[in-house]
Design a protein around this ligand. Structure first.
Ligand code: PA5
Length: 433
């Protein structure tokens, strides 16, 4: 299936967008194909869905199966691009309440430094069969490294030498402390490819293994991404909606709209917003440039941030993601006394009312001076999630290049790290005091 996403906007005529950006887009597209764009050594994500090694994929599936069989709870350790993609996909495709009886519980660690969180995690897993997946491309990031040290000690105490069959490490093929530790301990390992940065790594074992452990069909996820590769190959702005989205974002920025809010009416899509924020925020926010990526979960946030969006400073544009088909639905019952006055809705379902609320919100925000983008996605399933991941990755790379920054580095992330190393007196950093 192609064209699983429909892109709509009413802010600028298509011809005008093409006039402003058509040539630049073609030029950048060519550079990306030829590998001459800035940061081109990190363009590996572009062909991932097609070029994923079948043997590696089989190993991911087999390892996932092994962990699913041996563990009641799988702790996934990672931060940033090493956890957000997996969590986004899992949250979007898992039931709201409870879990499927065949699936282990998948929980995350290493994305915060709260001692309370870790203590309670250890209490939560105690008495259950546990497995750990530790993910760090660099293999040296402090937050996941601390979480792993604590969990490794727990696993050693609990399982002794057999612990090595319950720990999987995903990291660089040869560098970093985690690679060394994993090799010495004999853990099963997977590699984060050199040419794929953290926030673009969800379709590598970084995302695929934890997602498969959660019982989600990663082959369908890859199938969706593969179809998106086909859909977004054109260098023509007129036929490539990922590039249209990228161009429109830059046009809006030039008009003074420097905040983009990703909005959806689907509660379990909220973690995907977080993945999207990292993707765009870390790729574009540099050299004093960028569009600040924010998000809202409507209708919940209509009762908080909705006021600001409708009526606050006019520097916001909003991108709505709407799923056409829904997974389940709920009818509104009729009551005889109609005491709550809701009988006028009793021939409707909750999802119909949700869709009307989305339309009403879009109309209100447009009337309030908020430029809108509307992305309609076929269905919230593994195929479409894979497709939309690739759509956003493609759009993000093009958008960052149009902005004039390297989409694939993150020099700003290093600043706080130097400070903590100095403040915590890490050897080699003390003298910088
Ligand atoms: O996108 C990125 O590169 C970052 O967000 C990283 O994913 C994040 O800093 C975690 O890094 P690492 O996987 O090296 O532990």
């Amino acid at each position: 299936m192609v064209n699983a996403i429909t892109f709509n906007q009413t802010h600028i005529a298509q011809e005008e967008l093409e006039k402003q950006f058509g040539e630049k887009v073609q030029h950048i597209h060519k550079q990306m194909i030829e590998g001459t764009s800035v940061g081109a050594e990190f363009l590996g994500w572009k062909q991932l869905p097609n070029e994923i090694d079948q043997e590696e994929l089989n190993q991911v599936l087999a390892t996932a199966e092994k962990l699913r069989k041996s563990a009641d709870v799988v702790v996934v350790i990672g931060v940033g691009g090493s956890y957000l993609g997996a969590k986004a996909v899992q949250d979007a495709l898992s039931p709201y309440f409870g879990k499927h009886e065949d699936n282990p519980e998948v929980i995350f660690a290493g994305q915060n430094l709260s001692g309370t969180y870790m203590k309670q995690l250890l209490q939560h897993i105690d008495g259950k069969e546990v497995a750990v997946i530790v993910i760090s491309k660099s293999g040296t990031t402090t937050e996941p490294a601390i979480a792993f040290r604590i969990l490794l000690e727990y696993m050693e105490n609990r399982y002794g030498a057999a612990m090595k069959d319950r720990v999987v490490a995903i990291t660089d093929k040869s560098k970093g402390a985690l690679r060394e530790l994993a090799n010495r301990s004999g853990f099963t390992t997977f590699v984060v490819p050199d040419d794929v940065g953290g926030r673009f790594s969800v379709l590598t074992p970084v995302g695929l293994l934890p997602i498969a452990v959660a019982g989600i069909d990663i082959l369908q996820l890859l199938e969706g991404a593969k179809d998106a590769v086909k859909e977004y190959t054109s260098s023509e702005l007129s036929t490539n909606s990922a590039y249209q989205y990228a161009a429109l974002r830059n046009h809006l920025l030039n008009e003074g709209y420097n905040i983009e809010i990703l909005a959806s009416f689907t509660p379990n899509f909220a973690t995907f917003h977080e993945w999207w924020k990292q993707l765009f925020g870390e790729s574009e926010g540099k050299d004093g440039k960028g569009i600040y990526p924010a998000s809202v979960a409507y209708p919940t946030d209509l009762h908080s941030l909705g006021q600001y969006v409708q009526d606050g400073r006019r520097e916001i544009f909003e991108t709505f993601v709407q799923f056409k088909e829904t997974t389940a639905n709920c009818a509104i019952p009729t009551t005889e006394d109609n005491l709550d006055g809701l009988n006028y809705l009793s021939d409707k379902t909750m999802n119909e009312i949700n869709d009307v609320t989305l339309q009403a919100t879009m109309q209100a925000h447009q009337d309030g001076g908020v430029p809108l983008i509307h992305l309609t996605v076929g269905k919230k399933d593994a195929y479409h999630i894979g497709y939309i991941i690739y759509f956003f990755e493609m759009a993000c790379a093009m958008s960052a290049y149009l902005l004039g920054v390297n989409p694939f580095d993150q020099p700003g992330v290093e600043e706080y790290k130097k400070n903590i190393f100095r403040m915590l007196e890490k050897p080699g950093f003390v003298e910088e005091k």
